[in-house]
Design a protein around this ligand. Sequence first.
Ligand code: NAG
Ligand code: NAG
Ligand code: NAG
Ligand code: NAG
Length: 374
Amino acid sequence: MKMEKLNLLLVLSLFAACHVSFSITDGLLPNGDFELGPKSSQLKGSLVTGHNAIPNWTISGLVEYIKSGQKQGDMVLVVPEGSYAVRLGNEASIKQKVELVKGRFYSLTFSAARTCAQEEKLNVSVVPTSEKSDWGVFPIQTMYGSNGWDSYACGFVADYPEMEIVIHNPGMEEDPACGPLIDSVALRVLNTPRRTRANLLKNGDFEEGPYIFPNASWGVLIPPHIEDAHSPLPGWMVESLKAVKYIDSDHFTIPNGKRAIELVAGKESSIAQEVITTIGKFYELTFDLGDANNSCEGSMIVEAFAGRDTIQVPYKSKGKGGFINGKLRFKAMRRRTRIRFLSTFYTMKNDGSLCGPVIDNIKLLSVRYPTRAL
Ligand SMILES: *[C@@H]1O[C@H](CO)[C@@H](O)[C@H](O)[C@H]1NC(C)=O
Ligand SMILES: *[C@@H]1O[C@H](CO)[C@@H](O)[C@H](O)[C@H]1NC(C)=O
Ligand SMILES: *[C@@H]1O[C@H](CO)[C@@H](O)[C@H](O)[C@H]1NC(C)=O
Ligand SMILES: *[C@@H]1O[C@H](CO)[C@@H](O)[C@H](O)[C@H]1NC(C)=O
């Protein structure tokens, strides 16, 4: 079902490329970092009083305009990009209309932080949409990022040339000062990677994926599939309960190319891709695994699966970067084989944030003489 749609998109995008378009292809939305704020007449303390007071955005409900360094009780609020962010109170939302190239596949990245002890949630949707449920609920926890902020990504197809991005806090907290902070909202057009002669896996090097903020040294969380109608990591789906982290070579040590995946949630999250295989044929799955040079120390094991075959590759991380190679040879038992990766253990940094092994450069090839090389 989804495959058909993506194929169709490719054709559409050829036409779309002929149009002159001012739509965003890679970067922040207009005032996506909220650096342009309301006039002082449209603020009551930090509370924004007009629906259109924040340039380029429309708000509803209790939305606060937060300056970095502002205090909330004993807590000093920090802002990751620039000096300003917004806070969404119970049932509050912010939205912005964006011009898109109809039919293309987009990823949306935003940064958020919770401000109270309770778990908070954000409902991110892109409307209107021809699909029944193009929205995802993101639990905002502080388990991953070290400074309280995390970036999240989701993916959607532009069903219309103009759509509205809506970020809504569905919460009903007793304390109105609770409510997540939002900063930096960006879009990126994603290309549909294909399998090639050199690799039967799509996007095996993870080079195609969501926008990463140049100043965000904490990567982007890709939530599990159940919370998101479309994976912002083309070719791959995030299975199970927890997110994986998408990281870049500007901020981390990456085995190959510019981008990779950090398996931050132990066995609770895995990334998977289904490939077409020929029953009885032999295949070789190779991959790089290591650590991202982000002080994530400990004994790690990456488990790779190909259908029912599996291999566990141990890696001792000193947290200073480095990688080794893993290899799994298997005989295909089905026409479709599920390739899957997970981390056997949880790993934590000294500051308590979750981290884990990095995987990259995943390749799948059929092999002709399996016995000779075994
Ligand atoms: C965003 O808001 C600024 C300030 O109000 C305005 O000058 C600009 O044209 C707006 N940009 C878009 C794309 O609407
Ligand atoms: C990123 O950080 C640099 C240096 O701290 C700063 O000059 C720049 O404005 C920041 N960019 C954004 C988008 O916040
Ligand atoms: C999320 O937002 C969408 C669109 O605004 C809405 O249809 C959906 O019911 C919301 N989901 C939750 C859990 O609030
Ligand atoms: C790890 O990071 C440090 C500090 O940024 C850098 O000096 C070192 O070269 C990096 N190590 C690797 C293997 O990339």
